[in-house]
Design a protein around this ligand. Structure first.
Ligand code: NAD
Length: 488
């Protein structure tokens, strides 16, 4: 059904058995505090998630510290074998894990299952790449001296992962930490926890020794503060919003902990007069609504050159209108609900602000009345650069379209915000593509397609969008320390 929600809700039979995972054991509530996990398509309670008590956190830290003494000395072949097995098991279980992601996160089933299958590759890539963590030999000044540079795992790591790609974001951190020889305590997203519990089961069943990976849940600020301050912890990895990233980075800095920060953005799109307009409009409209726009690299500010603006807008709006919104488990659904009720309020605030700035809501613009957190795909035109939609990441299914005349002006506007995660350029001109790729302040530039987030390519931002990369040959950099050895 186009633009309206499918109200049906499925029973939560077969949903993941939620648990903590500490020192090789899965632990249920057993008297601990719990919180309900909701289905965003219906509001039904799927299960209760146990919170870690203070003693659980201490046990997880101690287990990770103990396991580090042996895991850090394992052969890369041994670590590689575990990661390969994880990839194999992930593919075998992708349908079940994917269904649970749709239940607690809301995205269409094909996207959920696809997330698991594609991200199995991250385990394989790290299984291969961890065998190539090389040091180097530096020519000495004296013949009787040998100088070596060793790269060693940093130690016990902590990671905090978000709800938008619950499997993807967690497995990336797990395979990078474990592949490098580090051990890990991770806190996943409490609102969409099934994928991270499933990941703990994958590693457990793949034969990862006890204590190498530990999973905890709770009040995010309390858990992160306690773990980051612990003297056992040597490194922090966080994916989430810029404000929370800044808070955690400040805490990590105060305790001199390394960090990898994958934060938000507000990805500019530059569509030039010489682009393949229909292909650009269709590709971008579909990409915009992937995961209901709750993607840190989602195209989110559309600057379109004036000669083709009307043609682009027409095809873009037509494609947006054609997208089926509904329960992610229903066949034919192309966009699910927003993950949380609060995100619907955020979308309404963006639309109100757009109206107050003279914007025209050319499609959508309102919640879809049904159970669940459904918001209509929305296109807004006629906004000034000062409107909230042009300056703050909507993290939802809203697209603002604005025209530009000069390429330099489009690049200046694209670079005018403090973010720099992803960016998009559509042009048939090699000269324009090269100009834009060089001029855009972004960690990733996609030209004429979307090609980021592969295992073998680095993913990360510049400016306030973060520090460090995940994936690519850069992937282990944040998990290794450099030791210089000079020997006479
Ligand atoms: P939020 O800032 O409240 O939370 C973002 C994530 O961080 C959540 O997963 C949350 O559990 C976690 N978190 C929050 N406080 C934390 C703390 N003190 N310690 C550890 N973890 C903590 O925002 P939200 O309303 O959940 O999400 C919306 C915003 O988050 C969006 O505007 C978007 O920019 C950002 N976000 C970014 C990504 C990403 O991939 N970069 C993913 C999810 C959300």
């Amino acid at each position: 059904m186009s633009g309206t929600a499918v109200a049906e809700s499925k029973p939560a039979t077969g949903y993941e058995t939620l648990a903590l995972y500490i020192d090789g054991g899965f632990i249920g509530a057993d008297g601990r505090k719990t919180e309900p996990v909701l289905n965003p398509a219906s509001g039904e309670v799927l299960a209760q998630l146990p919170h870690a008590a203070r003693e659980d956190l201490d046990r997880a830290l101690a287990a990770a510290q103990r396991a580090f003494t042996t895991w850090s000395r394992t052969s890369p072949l041994e670590r590689s074998a575990v990661l390969r097995k994880v990839a194999e098991l992930a593919r075998a279980r992708a349908d079940a894990i994917g269904r649970n992601i749709t239940l607690d996160q809301g995205k269409p089933l094909a996207e959920s299952v696809g997330e698991v299958n594609v991200c199995a590759e991250h385990a394989e890539w790290h299984a291969e790449e961890c065998r190539r963590i090389y040091g180097r030999v530096i020519p000495p000044r004296r013949a009787d001296v040998r100088q070596m540079v060793l790269r060693e795992p940093v130690g016990v790591c902590v990671a905090f992962t978000p709800w938008n790609f619950p499997f993807n974001q967690a497995i990336r951190k797990m395979v990078a930490a474990l592949g490098s020889g580090c051990t890990l305590v991770i806190k996943g997203p409490e609102t969409a926890p099934s994928a991270v519990v499933a990941l703990a089961r994958l590693f457990h069943d793949a034969g990862l020794p006890a204590g190498c990976l530990n999973l905890v849940w709770g009040v995010p600020s309390q858990i992160s503060e306690y773990l980051i301050k612990s003297p056992i912890v040597r490194k922090v990895s966080f994916t989430g919003s810029i404000p929370v990233g800044k808070q955690l980075a400040a805490l990590a800095g105060a305790h001199m902990k390394r960090g990898t920060w994958e934060l938000g953005g507000h990805s500019p799109v530059l569509v030039f007069d010489d682009a393949n307009v229909e292909q650009a409009a269709t590709t971008l409209a579909r990409l915009k609504l992937r995961n209901a726009g709750q993607v840190c690299v989602s195209p989110s500010r559309f600057y379109v050159q004036s000669k083709i603006y009307d043609r682009f807008a027409a095809r873009f709006i037509e494609t947006i209108k054609s997208v089926n919104v509904g329960n992610g488990l229903e066949k034919g659904t192309q966009m699910g609900p927003l993950a949380h009720a609060r995100r619907v309020d955020v979308m309404e605030a963006f639309v109100d602000d757009a109206r107050s700035h003279g914007g025209e809501i050319v499609f959508g613009g309102a919640r879809i009345k049904s159970p669940g957190n459904f918001f209509s795909p929305t296109v807004v035109t006629g906004l000034p650069d000062t409107a909230k939609l042009m300056t703050e990441e909507p993290f939802g299914p809203i697209a603002p379209l604005v025209p530009f005349t000069e390429p330099e002006d489009a690049v200046r506007r694209a670079n005018s915000l403090p973010y720099g995660l992803s960016s998009y350029v559509f042009t048939e001109s090699l000269k324009t593509a090269t100009y834009a790729a060089n001029a855009l302040e972004a960690g990733m530039v996609n030209i004429n397609h979307f090609g980021s987030a592969l295992s073998e390519t680095p993913f990360g931002g510049v400016k306030e969008s973060g520090i460090g990369s995940e994936g690519g040959t850069e992937t282990f950099d944040g998990y290794l320390v450099t030791k210089f050895v000079t020997q006479c």
